[in-house]
Design a protein around this ligand. Structure first.
Ligand SMILES: Cc1ncc(COP(=O)(O)O)c(C=O)c1O
Length: 430
């Protein structure tokens, strides 16, 4: 696949036709960012059914860090599919599952004894991390944060901080979930002392089973907490006998230039969740944690029919290998520098570009009006201009006023430059 190419209106006629079938077959509740139907994809390009080729700055929401249909992932899946496709690990195990857990245990922060197990999605990983935290501590309360997103199942949705579109009308929510402010340096809010006072006052330290936190708020708009905030939270958890659950589902697997984003803050989680890029496009999630906590649960208390499916495990093993052999941690850092250098000059106290922030290849632009008020309309305009020119960017943010960039870590430099140039132009138009 060669270069960006926009041959038709976006969406083109064949996508419009498929969109009609979609509308008759799939509920509107399953939203769509850009209604072009994809036929094939590579590292950094998506080709649609009308022959348009779009530059991919979204990676399927942080899933294809190693590129779409990465050859080593395709080969590993093909080989595994020819051997066996499913046994259920709890019925008769297989090596691939164990090997993925070994890699997660080895690469996740901390040199202590760890265990991992595998599920199908991020939400399922979150659900299980909370199950373990409650079981191991004998406590009920879970603290989550403003701007937090943890998935769409009942408990994960209850932990999520944004009502529209994720929660409205879907209650009642799971009990014993409490919310605290998240550190947001741009808006000067969520300072550590205030957060701790809030938790101690509204929940009580001795009731907290776990504190679940994203090291960078992903759906919340790539909000990076102030330096030391995450470490301070970890220290408070240790004192309170609460477990720190770090949700690395969006920020992990090399995205920020480290295997896991909490490493930048020197934080070692008690429990950690992964998914998204772990499977290089195949559905898989993981829960990794201190062996004493993970071994607390009785036999048969954890698992699921499809968790750690052999095809997804084969893909995940290929993903680990690609990140290492292609030096993608360093590449993520370099991509971050390119993106930040390119966009930083657009920051203007008068708006609309209020701040450029993030880590590694996880960079966002927050669009604001006077007094740093959120400007979601500007974000939508910028995204639409990019889409029309064949560049896929995603919006994010609790207020919908953020453009987030998550290019595949394998994207060629020329495609990244071209995509950023178009984004820059769209931002300048405001
Ligand atoms: C930080 C975080 N946690 C959990 C989830 C939920 O993952 P999934 O959509 O695979 O259930 C997401 C998805 O965007 C996420 O970004």
């Amino acid at each position: 696949m060669n270069g960006r190419s926009v041959r038709t209106a976006i969406p083109g006629p064949r996508s419009v036709e498929l969109g009609k079938r979609r509308a008759a077959a799939v509920p509107t509740g399953v939203g769509v960012t850009l209604p072009v139907f994809i036929e094939r994809a590579s590292a950094g390009l998506l080709e649609d059914v009308d022959g348009n080729r779009l530059i991919d700055l979204g990676s399927g929401i942080a899933v294809t860090n190693v590129g779409n249909s990465a050859p080593a992932v395709v080969e590993a899946v093909r080989e595994q599919a020819g051997l066996f496709t499913h046994t259920c690990f709890q019925v008769t195990p297989y090596e691939g599952y164990v090997a993925v857990c070994e890699r997660l245990n080895e690469l996740s922060p901390g040199s202590h004894d760890k265990r991992s197990f595998l599920v199908n999605s991020g939400a399922e990983a979150v659900e299980n991390a909370v199950k373990i935290a409650r079981y191991a501590t004998g406590r009920d309360a879970v603290v989550a944060f403003d701007h937090g997103f943890h998935g769409r199942t009942l408990l994960a949705m209850s932990l999520t901080g944004k009502a529209m579109p994720y929660k409205r009308g879907f209650g009642p929510f799971a009990p014993e979930v409490y919310r605290a402010p998240y550190s947001d340096p741009f808006h000067d809010s969520g300072h550590l002392d205030d957060v701790i006072r809030h938790i101690e006052t509204t929940v009580g330290a001795s009731s907290v089973a776990g504190v679940i936190v994203e090291p960078i708020a992903g759906e919340g708009g790539f909000v990076v907490p102030e330096p030391g905030w995450l470490a301070g939270l970890a220290a408070w958890c240790a004192d309170a006998g609460a477990l720190l659950i770090v949700d690395e589902i969006q920020s992990g697997m090399g995205r920020t230039g480290a295997w896991f984003a909490c490493e930048h803050e020197g934080v070692v989680p008690d429990l950690m969740t992964t998914a998204k890029s772990l499977g290089g496009g195949l559905p898989i999630g993981g829960i990794t944690g201190r062996a004493d906590l993970m071994e607390a649960v009785h036999r048969g208390g954890l698992g699921g029919t499809f968790g750690g499916n052999p095809l997804a495990c084969a893909a995940a093993l290929a993903v680990f290998e690609i990140i290492e052999s292609q030096g993608l941690l360093a590449r993520a850092s370099r991509i971050g520098v390119s993106m930040t250098d390119r966009l930083q000059g657009l920051v203007d106290a008068e708006g609309p570009v209020g701040v450029v922030r993030g880590r590694g290849a996880m960079i966002a632009v927050e669009l604001v009006g006077p007094g740093r008020t959120p400007d979601p309309a500007a974000a939508q305009r910028v995204a639409t201009r990019c889409h029309e020119q064949g560049v896929l960017v995603l919006t994010a943010g609790t207020y919908g006023n953020v453009i987030r960039l998550l290019p595949p870590l394998t994207i060629p430099d020329d495609l990244l430059d071209e995509g950023l140039g178009i984004l820059e132009g769209a931002l300048k138009e405001g």
